[in-house]
Design a protein around this ligand. Structure first.
Ligand code: NZQ
Ligand code: ZN
Length: 389
């Protein structure tokens, strides 16, 4: 096991009515004027946004709103939010939504106190050393942004989708998680969220670091819970207990606990980010396509971890590592298929993907060699994209 520092300062309030703690949590942070960020309308239609704003009014918290954040959020909304926050002397942000809304709020939070262009942080030209505090009311268990220090934004100029990672500054101060808020999710979004949270665990599980049994077991426990609970939420969207288990799994998948003490991978995410940047697909659906492709490549080049996963999580008893890893991938694909997730580019709605372009952008953004588990160059990543055809 490697040395590590683990810091997750986010306060989680979980359960029915959790969103009604928003004002009290903002007050506890000393915030009197906030920007409420939300998406394309689901929070308005469900009445959630109205309830939250009433809650803020009741506590005398002044607010301005920034709505219309779209999935795979882009820089113009961040710039608009930064301008409004500066003009209105906003002290903090409340994100009401999923990863796209939370990541936009985080980017605004980092940009407001910075004198340069906010994209400097994403471009690696500056480090976040200050940010406005961000609170979250989560409406979709998927991206795990409610517990992560990351923010994924696409720069429209060149379609660069980049994940900025911070240890501390972009971690939400609090996250309010009410499973009931997820009852309204369309099945495709529920399923994509499940693929995404599983991917967050796989990215940490495919690690070259040895002797991290505790972290492997935590990861396997969360994965097995997701596999058990997922069919229940697909069959009965208003099954509170199953929704609760899935919601908390999504947070644990990405708040760092599944990666402690080891090097992480993140290739499937890097490769998917290029797909969602260029083709605008749902992140989790793109991952359902990329994960089996990545794992298939690994089954033939570095099968140990895939075999371990197959035996521990999917109950595969094959003694040979490559055969075990491949059997695990078959089980994973069958699970994804049962949730209605796509498994190929074609099923994702991309008939003829421009693999040369995806590979070029991937290595432009991430460097010549990528991957924490197994080093991959241009020919390898092109082969992985082709495995997804
Ligand atoms: O915009 P509205 O109308 O709210 O609809 C949203 C959106 O269309 C809808 N939705 C959300 N909650 C709902 C609901 N519909 C009905 N009922 C509800 N309760 O779901 C759609 C997707 O929302 P989005 O916020 O895009 O989903 P998700 O949480 O999957 O976020 C995806 C984004 O997060 C990034 C992804 O790349 C993508 O840009 N990621 C962020 C990470 C992070 N910050 O740590 C890590 C992830 O790996 C990921 O890359
Ligand atoms: Zn993800």
């Amino acid at each position: 096991m490697d040395n590590f520092t683990y810091c997750t300062p986010t306060k989680y309030v979980f359960g029915r009515g959790a969103e009604l703690n928003a004002a009290a949590e903002l007050k506890a942070l000393g915030l009197g004027k906030v920007m409420v960020v939300y998406g394309g309308g689901s929070a308005v239609r469900s009445g959630l946004l109205g309830r939250v704003l009433e809650n803020l009014d009741a506590f005398g918290i002044v607010h301005v709103e920034l709505g219309g954040i779209e999935p795979n959020p882009t820089d113009p909304k961040v710039r608009e939010g930064i301008d409004v926050c500066r003009r209105e002397h906003i002290e903090g942000l409340l994100a009401v939504g999923g990863g796209s809304v939370i990541d936009t709020a985080k980017a605004i939070a980092a940009g407001v106190p910075y004198h340069g262009d906010f994209w400097d942080f994403w471009a690696g030209k500056a480090t976040v050393e200050k940010a406005l505090p961000v609170g979250v009311v989560l409406t979709i268990p998927a991206a795990g942004s409610e517990g992560s220090g990351n923010s994924v934004i696409t720069l429209l100029d060149g379609l660069h989708k980049i994940s900025l990672r911070t240890d501390y500054w972009l971690r939400p101060k609090f996250a309010l998680l009410n499973p009931e808020l997820t009852f309204t999710l369309p099945p495709a979004q529920t399923a994509a969220g499940i693929a995404d949270m599983m991917a967050h665990i796989f990215e940490r599980y495919f690690s070259p670091t040895q002797d991290v049994e505790i972290t492997d077991r935590v990861a396997e426990g969360v994965l097995m819970t997701i596999i058990e609970e997922a069919p229940k939420v697909m069959a009965r969207p208003d099954d509170y207990q199953a929704r609760a288990n899935i919601m908390w799994s999504g947070t644990l998948a990405h708040n760092g606990i599944c990666g402690t003490g080891r090097k992480e991978d993140w290739v499937s995410h890097f490769m998917e980010h290029e797909i969602s940047a260029v083709y605008g697909v749902t992140h989790g659906a793109g991952l359902a396509v990329m994960l089996p492709a990545f794992m298939t490549f690994m089954a033939h080049h570095a099968p140990a971890k895939g075999a371990h996963l197959a035996r521990r999580v999917f109950g595969i008893s094959e003694p040979d590592d490559t055969a075990a890893a491949l059997a695990g991938i078959t089980a994973l694909k069958s699970f994804f298929g049962s949730l209605g997730l796509p498994l190929t580019f074609k099923e994702l709605g991309i008939e003829n993907p421009d693999i040369d372009l995806l590979v070029k952008k991937l290595h432009e953004n991430k460097g010549e060699v990528i991957g924490g588990y197994y080093p991959l160059r241009v020919a390898d990543t092109a082969a992985i994209y082709r495995l997804a055809l």
